[in-house]
Write a protein that binds this ligand. Structure first.
Ligand code: FAD
Length: 482
């Protein structure tokens, strides 16, 4: 393949920005007027070890969708697998490309790896240019009055909104000039979709840019109007389901924010509901900014004293939690929803995380790892930040002594039992009154409901009151040591 001087191709390196609209690297690459080489590298080296099986399921479909969009614009997605720098250099050698355009990743390892790659390529005369296409604001750009990162959400969010303005929308380009095809891997050969067994039958998702737009439109017409209340009811389809689309960059966070704001501006939803939704996007942003500023958060407690917590090593209890067999219906419903669909409702994520950390006294890192493997929206920053929030060890965290009671949480947020009955069908016949604590039901009620505790459904693996006391005692040991 040969190229004229001045018409050397630009590599457009896609990573967590798998879209063509509102994508700064795409805009800048098209503006050069030069041939573009859209590229995705499956790099499973140390900087990307975090990718779990459910996320790989999503990635498979998202890459296919991006390739189809590029093909509709006379281009295609070049797929390579291996070390990112080595694969970039190989493509540069093959095509004579002298520039790499990308949207930055901000997780600590990926950020450091990108900086190394950029220095290396630039030393060899290949320009490496990066933009922010995944967050409302670049981490490090929203600081407090002393020039330090915020550690509390509310002032962070206020400062974020004050400091940022939505960029103008950038529709997907109509056409993308490319070169005759460089070699590409066959995505089927990557084996990202599970086989033997295929556990993804319940994954009801449409990965890709078009799927993200459908999710957004559905949310604007249904959930947004009563988002503030609806978002806490796991049986209601009241939230946006945008998290995996946002994680893979199939939609820009600005697009979601601006769409909610304009729905409020033209009377389709109350302004307070749109503000609440924007605040949740703000939590995503807070998580990313925190992790960038405090990279040790991935495996160390943000408040170091919490690393002295006397965690228990209890493989049987951990396994019961993972499989949804704890005997607490709302916990089990959440863990089974996660396994079956690749997501779990936010309220239930808080309940199951609290149960693992406080009732079972198992290290939050175990839960974070399980979520990372099973969530389609697994996102290092959001996952770590939220697990540490529940553990009480994070920035602006829920106090450790606030211990969710899984029975009253179930009764409050799943009062009619729709959520539990959907995911724990063996309890379907238990009347609402006992559904969230079936061990308290009289024997004849259980008999009529055809439930044999300890057989069809487990008895609770821990007693709530005893577990609560044990958790507070454990906290006491670290407070006393301070
Ligand atoms: P919506 O309610 O529609 O919210 C809109 C968007 O705001 C979400 O798509 C998400 O991007 C963001 N958001 C909402 N809540 C939070 C939050 N608490 N923290 C950060 N961002 C938020 N979210 C992830 O995207 N990836 C994770 O790995 C992840 N792990 C979590 C682990 C635990 C223990 C907990 C308690 C929460 C976790 N969350 C995570 C946050 C939250 O549960 C999901 O973002 C939310 O359930 C996604 O559903 P949705 O898109 O319908 O949300």
């Amino acid at each position: 393949m040969t190229t004229e001087a001045g018409d050397r191709p630009v590599i457009l390196w896609f990573r967590q920005d798998l879209r063509l609209a509102d994508n700064p690297a795409v805009v800048h690459a098209v503006e050069t007027g030069r041939p573009i080489l859209p590229l995705y590298i499956l790099d499973q080296g140390p900087a990307t070890l975090q990718t779990g099986a459910a996320s790989l399921w999503w990635l498979d479909k998202s890459l296919r969708a991006l390739d189809a969009s590029l093909r509709a614009r006379s281009s295609l997605l070049i797929l390579r697998r291996g070390d990112s720098e080595a694969e970039l250099r190989r493509l540069i050698d093959e095509t004579g490309a002298d520039a790499v355009f990308l949207n930055r990743r901000f997780e600590p390892d990926a950020f450091a790896r990108d900086a190394d790659i950029a220095h290396g390529l630039q030393a060899d005369g290949v320009a490496c240019k990066g933009w922010n296409g995944t967050l409302l604001a670049r981490p490090g750009s929203v600081l407090n009055g002393s020039g330090q990162p915020y550690k509390v959400f509310t002032p962070f969010h206020r400062a974020l909104l004050a400091a940022t303005v939505a960029p103008p929308p950038a529709p997907a380009p109509a056409d993308i000039r490319t070169l005759p095809e460089p070699a590409s891997d066959d995505i089927d050969a990557w084996g990202l979709h599970p086989t033997r067994p295929d556990w993804s039958h319940g994954f009801n998702w449409t990965p890709g840019e078009a799927g993200a737009e459908v999710a957004l439109a559905t949310f604007l017409s249904r959930g947004l109007k009563s988002y503030g209340k609806g978002r806490d009811i796991p049986a209601e389809p009241a939230t946006s389901r945008l998290s995996p689309h946002l994680h893979f960059g199939e939609i820009s966070p600005w697009r979601a924010v601006e769409a909610a704001r304009s729905a409020a501006a033209d009377g389709r939803a109350p302004a307070a509901e749109a503000d609440k939704f924007v605040a949740e996007i703000g939590w995503r942003e807070f998580s990313a900014h925190l992790l960038h500023a405090f990279p040790q958060m991935t495996d160390k407690a943000f408040r170091p004293e919490y690393d002295a917590m006397p965690w228990r090593d209890d493989p049987a209890a951990l396994e019961a939690w993972k499989r949804g067999q704890t005997g607490y219906p709302v916990v089990d419903a959440g863990m089974r929803e996660l396994w079956a669909t690749g997501v779990m409702h936010n309220r239930v994520r808080m309940i199951v995380a609290s149960f693992l950390i406080k009732h079972l006294l198992i290290d939050w890192r175990e839960g974070e790892r399980w979520f990372r493997d099973t969530l389609v929206d697994a996102d290092l920053a959001s996952n770590v930040q939220n697990w540490q929030w529940v553990a009480g060890s994070g920035a602006d965290a829920s106090p450790y002594f606030r211990i969710f009671n899984p029975v009253t949480q179930g009764q409050k947020f799943d009062a009619d039992g729709r959520y539990v009955r959907r995911w724990v069908p063996e309890l379907r016949g238990v009347p609402d009154r006992w559904l969230h604590a079936p061990w308290t039901a009289p024997p004849e009620v259980l008999r009529d409901a055809r439930v044999r505790l300890g057989g069809d459904y487990p008895r609770p693996i821990v007693d709530h009151d005893a577990a609560r006391k044990r958790a507070l005692a454990a906290l006491g040991t670290i407070v006393a040591a301070r």
